[in-house]
Write a protein that binds this ligand. Structure first.
Ligand code: CU
Length: 384
């Protein structure tokens, strides 16, 4: 490994916790009034008795790029969907050039696991911060209403757990992320602590003319920007414990120049051997989340047949796109039916970010070549 360890002033856990609590409380106080004033606009809430009578299901979360088992259309009425996330602070190697980070993760992956429900379902999350962790964490669901997306009600120290229930009132794909207050917010988000939830319309996805859309496969890509400090020899600094890079990372983040922009946690997580798979004729949904920074997905050699670029399934999808935009702090979804076999690169089409910083995935597609769509009329040969 070509990296070095250098001495850094350590930031004690006590400093972390006290700054977090103070800034978090300030943020929260400013927002409570706004949330309360909006609540009257919503539909009649269920009574505690009605809520207690709702059917409960447990959703077993899986690591990206996969989605948990789910139905594309809802059967029956609203449910309470129970999910569990254990926060794991873990060292992750980002590339083969010695870059590593103490990542903050939900269930051990960057991005955190995808949750899938239907509109009007309730998500009941048990969030666990094991004693072995160093930092306080919480969760802000962009799909939720009130209390800073739940962040206000879920801030837990190592050794604590909590349970949050929220109603999925809006259909679409949405980011969730850790938001423990102040500088801790971008620090945790840029250390991998973000993920996405998909809230499907109860009667399933629809095209711009109202036609039903179904997918044969779905993949979930979380784009992650990292800001790794380097030492005076231009080598990545190695830290011994989670949180030790706090001050250096804040300095790096202020420069707005990510050291890495990757899909699913590390350079190469979805390329080569790890390529995503599909067959010709299959309709594939690609969900793309970016909790911090604008991005612009593009499928090289394919298209976005239907694209919910803003993430809202309430809006009709755009059709037949080459490249689409996903705002930082949002997720988007695209549907494509593969028509040719072979290798496709799915990239952030700022190609500097794709090629030099890591924001690229591969699809390996099997099936019959369609000569009508494309043919090589003459192989590369010397000019006659
Ligand atoms: Cu966190």
């Amino acid at each position: 490994m070509n990296s070095t360890t250098i001495d850094r002033p350590s930031v004690s856990r006590r400093t972390f916790l006290s700054s977090t609590a103070a800034v978090g409380a300030g943020l929260i106080a400013a927002n409570v009034a706004t949330d309360a004033s909006l609540s009257a606009a919503h539909a009649e809430p269920l009574t505690p008795t009605q809520l207690a009578a709702l059917p409960r299901v447990t959703q077993n979360l899986v690591a990206p790029p996969f989605l948990p088992e789910h139905d594309q259309t809802a059967s029956g009425g609203a449910k309470i969907v129970e999910v569990r996330m254990v926060i794991e602070e873990k060292k992750v190697s980002l590339d083969d050039e010695g870059a590593e980070i103490w990542a903050f993760t939900y269930n051990g992956s960057v991005p955190g696991p995808m949750i899938v429900v239907h509109q009007d379902d309730y998500i009941e999350l048990t969030l666990v911060n094991p004693e072995t962790n160093v930092l306080d964490h919480n969760i802000d669901f962009h799909a939720a209403t009130g209390a800073l997306g739940g962040a206000q009600l879920t801030l837990i120290a190592p050794g604590e757990e909590c349970v949050l229930r929220f109603k999925a009132t809006k259909s679409g794909v949405f980011v969730y992320h850790c938001a423990p207050g102040g500088e801790m917010i971008p620090y945790h988000v840029t250390h991998g602590m973000n993920g996405a939830i998909m809230v499907l319309p109860r009667d399933g996805l629809k095209g711009k003319n109202g036609e039903p859309i179904r997918y044969d496969r779905a993949y979930y890509i979380g784009e992650q920007d990292y800001y790794l400090p380097k030492d005076e020899n231009d080598e990545y600094v190695i830290y011994e414990t989670p949180g030790e890079d706090f001050a250096d990372s804040i300095d790096m983040m202020k420069k707005q120049n990510p050291s890495h922009i990757v899909f699913n946690g590390t350079v190469g997580a979805l390329t080569g051997e790890n390529a995503l798979k599909a067959n010709v004729g299959e309709t594939v949904m690609i969900i793309h989340a970016q909790a911090n920074r604008d991005t612009r997905p593009h499928l090289i050699g394919g298209h976005g047949d239907h694209v919910w670029s803003t993430g809202s399934f309430d809006d009709a999808p755009h059709t037949d796109l080459e490249t689409w935009r996903i705002a930082g702090g949002a997720a988007g979804a695209a549907i494509y039916t593969f028509k040719q076999p072979g290798l496709y690169a799915y990239v952030n089409h700022n190609l500097i970010e794709a090629v030099l910083k890591g924001a690229a995935a591969h699809f390996n597609v099997e099936g019959e070549w369609n000569n009508d769509l494309m043919a090589q009329i003459k192989e590369p040969t010397k000019i006659a």
